[in-house]
Design a protein around this ligand. Structure first.
Ligand code: NAD
Length: 364
């Protein structure tokens, strides 16, 4: 008899990406449906934001959280932090379904993991929500009375990445008179617009949310339609919305020299789409290198006494990290994504915790 059970293929997804643990959280009373993914704890407890999003399907939510958690492992490893990679998603519309009870129930699930996963803000979740979750668990980060909003640090790191990439492509990192397309002008994107405008760059912007776009226009950006996001002739395209914006339908349209932005998992398929950018002569700064400012800032809260200036100084290292990465690409004849993953895997291997290392992390 044919098995009538719908195919979920969860373990094949886990096996392909080498995650340590995935927790499916369900609570009928609050309507909570959440997934916590811990990718790798070889370097320390996993830390990564909590995203609340109205996913089209449970598969899409699982796909997203697995990729996000894995990206956090590589991000912290390249940034030299003593943190592992993890992430969580709550399925639902943050504007309609987010309640105190739901967040607190999620906090109880985080607490059950005993510190293996530390949660923080991400898309759809603000620092006030993390305050609510803190009532149920100490395993939270990025609170107002500690390291605060990570977004300005993330934006600072993205801005430095853009400068380092422009130096490589144009021979100088002065952004005055350069043009940048910022897709998504939320917490990070808006800060980036301000930094770019301060440099005298021409900034084009698009956001699906009118209020976010209005704030960008007030900061000096010119609004463009969604159709123009990928096809606008600019020096830099900075994806600062959601992931997978670099794919076979968008890459052929791009008319830029550099891609560097805050969004996680920008390449839909790392190998294929990284190669496609290279083939089009576009220099790509891997997202988990460019957007590490926020986690660098948060890490200070977990590993010592928090200091804003120290966080800025450490985030400032992103310029050199990106420059070093391009040199590695030249020496090893690899693309930026492979070079960055190589750096991360080297650190993971050196951490020497084979139990926590997946098969793919032990290779190359
Ligand atoms: P946010 O929710 O404040 O902003 C995201 C913005 O993107 C929103 O204004 C939303 O309306 C817009 N958006 C969504 N889909 C869009 C689309 N198709 N086109 C245009 N705009 C669209 O989130 P954020 O904190 O600014 O983070 C932005 C991205 O950077 C996310 O992918 C996040 O995971 C990543 N990131 C953020 C941080 C941080 O410190 N906040 C750190 C690392 C990575």
């Amino acid at each position: 008899m044919k098995d009538p059970t719908p195919r979920m293929e969860v373990f094949s997804q886990l096996s392909a990406s080498d995650h340590e643990l995935v927790l499916f959280c369900h609570d009928s009373a609050t309507g909570l449906r959440a997934i916590i993914a811990v990718h790798n704890t070889a370097l320390g407890p996993s830390l990564g934001g909590l995203r609340m999003w109205n996913y089209a399907s449970e598969q899409e939510a699982l796909f997203d959280v697995l990729r996000l958690a894995r990206g956090m492992t590589y991000k912290s490893a390249v940034a030299g932090l003593s943190l592992g990679g993890g992430k969580a998603v709550i399925l639902g519309d943050s504007r309609a379904h987010k309640t105190e009870a739901l967040l607190r129930r999620f906090g109880q699930f985080v607490n059950d993991l005993g510190g293996k996963y530390i949660t923080a803000e991400d898309v759809g979740i603000g620092t006030s929500d993390i305050e609510t979750i803190r009532r149920e668990t100490p395993h939270v980060a990025g609170l107002a009375d500690r390291s605060g909003d990570p977004s300005p640090f993330t934006a600072f790191g993205v801005w430095l990445s853009i400068k380092a990439a422009m130096k490589r492509v144009m021979g100088q990192d002065d952004l005055s008179g350069r043009s940048v397309m910022v897709q998504g002008t939320g917490n990070v994107g808006l800060e980036l617009v301000k930094l770019l405008r301060r440099d005298g760059a021409k900034v084009l912007a698009h956001d699906v949310n009118d209020a976010s776009l209005k704030a960008a226009i007030e900061a000096g950006a010119q609004a463009v339609s969604g159709d123009a996001v990928h096809s606008a002739a600019v020096d830099v395209y900075a994806p600062c919305a959601l992931g997978a914006s670099l794919n076979p339908s968008t890459i052929p349209k791009l008319r830029c020299s550099v891609v560097a932005g805050a969004a996680n998992n920008q390449l839909l398929d790392e190998a294929r789409d990284g190669q496609a950018l290279h083939d089009r002569g576009i220099l790509y700064v891997p997202d988990f290198v460019a957007n590490a400012g926020g986690i660098i800032n948060i890490s200070l809260e977990k590993t010592g006494v928090y200091c804003h200036d120290r966080a800025m100084m450490l985030t400032g290292n992103i310029y050199d990290t990106v420059t070093h990465l391009f040199a590695t690409c030249d020496c090893d004849r690899v693309l930026p994504q492979q070079a960055a993953m190589g750096l991360a895997k080297k650190r993971l291997r050196e951490a020497g915790n084979p139990r926590s290392l997946g098969r793919s992390d032990l290779q190359s």
